[in-house]
Design a protein around this ligand. Structure first.
Ligand SMILES: *Cc1c(COP(=O)(O)O)cnc(C)c1O
Ligand SMILES: [Zn+2]
Length: 413
């Protein structure tokens, strides 16, 4: 085990031993999502960032010494992480910034960044001999858990609202998960899942409950730093629903900064859909996480639809601590961003993921990003996850009779 010092509650500041709590802060309740802190002094003495050059493991597990897992722990075989980071000069030019990159986490095995969290959660379940893992989700988190668990033959129970899109339910069933179609909302499914996990001893991956999801997701920041030779971008843009990804991105850079492996933290800009912007409003109005009230969330970008973001405390802290910001984008801008990003970079993103492109444009326009700065857009999910929205974003396709004349005519040659 990496030298874990304690679990920290970002709301009340209380610290717990790893054995003391399994999920959230016992005092704060569900808003108190815990964070894993390490003995950075000890790690600094043991680890050398330049030694990573000899590391042959090209997956998130190349950073195992910085993760809450034993050095000899068995990890799931699916290759999660070490996704491509692309230098994107035409994107930089379009945005009007000095340099821009895209980190394509849609290239993960089940098509989203959620695989990083699920891989660590399943590794911990294996370590503890837990036989069943469970989560509530409508989409990518459930697919990630089902896929990673299938790679080790672990039993998975998924709670989804019965109205969840058929394609997403199909992906779960293909992986062999037991899928409970709860005849109510995601929030009700979430609570049922939580209660069943507690009473049956299943290991619960629920976002904002399990302190290790962000620890898995933080590996994306380790990769960004290593792939850029430890010179981090000025700004990293992340789309935000529950806030667990941006919390993980923050934690990754925080770990590296504590170790002295990077010289500064990038500013984090969270991108929310206008119809699901609870964190944007809290940030703008100086409201703290405990005082946030649920809103009715409504956006085409289903993966960032969250009425009361589960990881709100850590998400607000990530933005405030780095002097970052939140921005909002409309559904129309999100849909338009799908082909825009794809044509500038070759990366095909689902709506929630493409939203960072629209967010970057808004941030440059409003002066949150200066023209001489460097920016990284985090691609969180693959475009093939939501083909229907992709179809809405484009027109074209020419019907042509099967003759050369017709082809030439269609191409106006
Ligand atoms: C889950 C998800 C997000 C948002 O992550 P949160 O932790 O809910 O903020 C963004 N994009 C994609 C593709 C996702 O699956
Ligand atoms: Zn607390």
């Amino acid at each position: 085990m990496a030298e874990i010092l304690e679990l920290l509650c970002p709301v009340c500041g209380r610290k717990y031993q790893l054995q003391e709590v399994v999920y959230t802060c016992p005092v704060c309740g569900e808003v108190g999502t815990l964070e894993v802190l390490y003995d950075y002094r000890a790690l600094k003495a043991q680890l050398d960032r330049d030694a990573l050059r000899n590391q042959q493991q090209y997956s998130m597990w190349r950073y195992k010494p910085l993760m809450p897992i034993m050095p000899d722990a068995i990890v799931p075989p699916l290759r999660v992480g070490f996704t491509p980071l692309y230098d994107a000069p035409r994107l930089a030019q379009t945005l009007g910034v000095r340099q821009a990159w895209v980190k394509d986490d849609g290239a993960n095995p089940t098509g989203s960044l959620k695989d990083r969290a699920s891989a660590l959660v399943v590794a911990r379940a294996l370590e503890q001999g837990t036989e069943v893992v469970s989560t509530a989700s409508t989409g990518n988190a459930a697919a990630a858990l089902a896929g990673v668990a299938a790679s080790v033959g672990m039993k998975v129970i998924i709670f989804v609202p019965a109205a969840a899109p058929e394609a997403k339910i199909a992906q779960l069933l293909v992986y062999g998960a037991t899928v409970l179609l709860i005849e109510d909302t995601y929030d009700v499914a979430f609570d049922l899942c939580t209660q069943m996990c507690l009473s049956e001893g299943w290991y619960c991956r629920n976002t904002g409950m399990n302190p290790f999801t962000a620890e898995g997701k933080k590996t994306v920041s380790f990769e960004i730093a290593e792939q850029l030779a430890w010179n981090v971008p000025d700004v990293v843009l992340v789309s935000v629903g529950d806030g667990n990804i941006i919390a993980g991105v923050y934690k990754g850079f925080y770990d590296l900064y504590q170790l002295g492996w990077i010289e500064r933290m990038p500013r984090l800009i969270g991108v929310q859909a206008e119809g699901s912007a609870a964190l944007y409003h809290a940030w703008k109005n100086g409201i703290c996480a405990q005082d946030m009230q649920p809103i009715d969330a409504n956006t085409v970008a289903d993966s960032i639809s969250a009425g009361l973001p589960r990881d709100r405390a850590k998400a607000l802290r990530a933005v405030r601590q780095t002097q970052g910001a939140f921005v909002t984008v409309s559904d129309r801008e999100i849909i338009g961003a799908i082909p825009a990003l794809a044509r500038l970079t070759g990366v095909f993103a689902e709506p929630a993921s493409a939203a960072v492109f629209a967010g970057a444009q808004a941030a440059v326009q409003s002066g949150l990003i200066a023209t001489d700065e460097t920016v990284l857009l985090l691609g969180t999910g693959n475009g093939l996850k939501d083909v229907r929205r992709a179809q809405e974003s484009v027109t074209g396709g020419l019907r042509v009779a099967p003759t050369l004349d017709a082809v030439r005519q269609a191409l106006q040659l």
